[in-house]
Design a protein around this ligand. Structure first.
Ligand code: TYD
Ligand code: MG
Length: 492
């Protein structure tokens, strides 16, 4: 019994002696591959995220020395807040107004930007465009490609019509190569595609692990701040969500942009998730075309381009993307079900919202959906996350059920509550203004307190509705006869 525990203890001691002799007492830390937590000693279970076997050894060796080799930090005197001048943040502007908008006006020198998104969504395409812009307007730009060969990048550049003047390509996955290159040259901007592909060989874990992503980002961020040169990284969002994805570095960088869209549709949204130099409410809209991402200046018109006014089961909803109102088309199809439990299929909206709307229509508006399958789709592969689309979804379903189109040139917005009431949504004015701009004639809006009267705005009537039943009565005739557009005539 006694020999058992002592033997490993001696072995550990020897190991430690061995380690410090070989490494000249270089401090070793252990980093969790799952959450990035640092521990002074190895443990079977991470003390922070409680995951097993995720700690890997990390020796902050060469990189620390490299960081130490930079010029000593200057003495920065403390200053009273009232004396601090904001000055003017210089920014590197891009040719794309949509990207500039999302970035808050351009790229701030010394900032670190992450462009995250699903594989194949268009991150490399966007990054190459940005790099080429900066190379054209500001000076030499370094494009580090860790995933594709030089030839592949060149082929993409040809497709995008980028000649590539002053755009320097470096194909490597070793962070050392990147840092060595940066020691010899000082570009005006560096882009790394992708952060998951590069690795720091002083770290024992594999490329793409949280420990690697964090360490590589830390090194690049440090360089960016010291040199006052911006760095843009791309990062894949992993299927399961966060592990080893861009989430692991959100807190370390200045700006996180997400490029989103349905791979089968061509629309792409660029959204600011975090921005230390601008608003996070900005959204840029693009279309993936033959020659790269083309900006969509008027998303509402583009999203409604294929809509037929008077189509059965179709409504227009003014949704908000960030602070930007956009009109999207919601379609619904109901058909008699042969199944004991009829099906509900939602594409582009949350299935739970659809179930809620169906339940409220059945119980509060007298629609018999119990024997019908219901399919709802937001056209163009767009996704609506706000409940403000509830009313539009409900009207599309009723329109299909009654086989009658909603009133022409009508849009509807409002959240549907469980008692059948139409609830308020944020920023109603902006939404209504967008509906008016697109030349529609009527917009159903939630009735707000006593302000339940119709308002006119540039040829648009906004009609307050208090309940789902009222909304249906106003917009979908039961027998082909459309009720007048006047709230006094709305049955209550
Ligand atoms: P890519 O930028 O490689 O995506 P990511 O870096 O996010 O993985 O682009 C992916 C898709 O975009 C690819 O399937 C081809 C398509 N594409 C176009 O449709 N037009 C273009 O001009 C380019 C460059 C790509
Ligand atoms: Mg790519």
């Amino acid at each position: 019994m006694a020999a058992g525990p002592t033997a490993p203890a001696v072995e550990t001691d020897l190991k430690q002696v061995h380690r410090s002799v070989i490494r000249g007492r270089v401090k070793t830390i252990f980093v969790c591959e799952s959450c990035g937590n640092e521990s002074p000693k190895w443990e079977g279970r991470c003390p922070s995220c409680r995951a097993w076997n995720t700690l890997v050894e990390f020796r902050p060796g060469r990189r620390e020395r490299r960081a130490g080799s930079r010029a000593p930090a200057s003495e920065v005197p403390a200053q009273e807040l009232s004396q601090v001048s904001v000055g003017h943040l210089p920014r590197l502007r891009l040719s794309s107004t949509e990207v500039n908008r999302v970035l808050g006006g351009g790229i701030v020198p010394g900032s670190v930007v992450v462009i995250a998104g699903d594989p194949g969504i268009g991150k490399s395409t966007l990054l190459l465009r940005i790099a080429a812009d900066i190379a054209e307007t500001a000076g030499q730009t370094l494009y580090v490609s860790g995933e594709e060969s030089m030839a592949q990048v060149k082929m993409r550049a040809e497709r995008l019509g980028i000649p590539g003047r002053r755009l320097v390509l470096l194909q490597t996955t070793a962070l050392d190569d990147v840092m060595n290159h940066l020691e010899r040259s000082r570009p005006v901007m560096v882009v790394v595609d992708s952060i998951q592909a590069v690795y720091d060989d002083s770290l024992a874990s594999t490329a793409g692990s949280v420990a690697q992503i964090r360490e590589c980002t830390r090194t690049l961020t440090e360089w960016a701040k010291v040199q006052n040169v911006p760095v843009i990284l791309t990062g894949h969002v992993t299927k399961g969500g966060e592990i080893a994805g861009p989430k692991a570095l959100e807190h370390m960088v200045d700006v996180v942009l997400y490029l989103e869209g349905d791979p089968i549709s061509s629309w792409r949204l660029l959204r600011a998730m975090k921005n230390r130099f601008g608003s996070t409410n900005e959204v840029g809209v693009f279309e993936m075309a033959e020659n790269g991402l083309v900006e969509v200046a008027d998303p509402s018109s583009a999203f409604l381009a294929e809509r037929r006014d008077g189509a059965v089961g179709s409504t227009v909803v003014p949704v908000l993307e960030g602070s930007r109102p956009m009109l999207v088309e919601v379609q619904a199809l109901t058909s008699p079900s042969i199944l004991p439990v009829p099906r509900r299929i939602a594409t582009g909206i949350d299935i739970n919202r659809l179930l809620l709307v169906c339940a409220v229509l059945t119980r509060r508006a007298g629609m018999s959906l119990a024997n019908h399958d219901v399919v709802v789709n937001v056209t163009g592969g767009l996704k609506i996350t706000e409940p403000a689309a509830d009313l539009g979804v409900a009207l599309a379903i009723v329109s299909s059920l009654r086989d009658a189109p909603v009133a022409p040139h009508l849009a509807a917005v409002g959240e549907v509550g469980l008692s059948g009431e139409v609830r308020r949504v944020p920023q109603i004015q902006r939404r209504v203004a967008e509906v008016a701009r697109l030349g529609m004639r009527q917009c159903l809006v939630p009735a707000m307190g006593d302000q339940a009267r119709e308002e006119r705005l540039e040829g648009l009537v906004s009609t307050p509705v208090g309940t789902l039943g009222q909304a249906v009565a106003v917009s979908i005739p039961r027998n082909g006869r459309r009720p007048p557009v006047d709230s006094r005539a709305i049955p209550t």
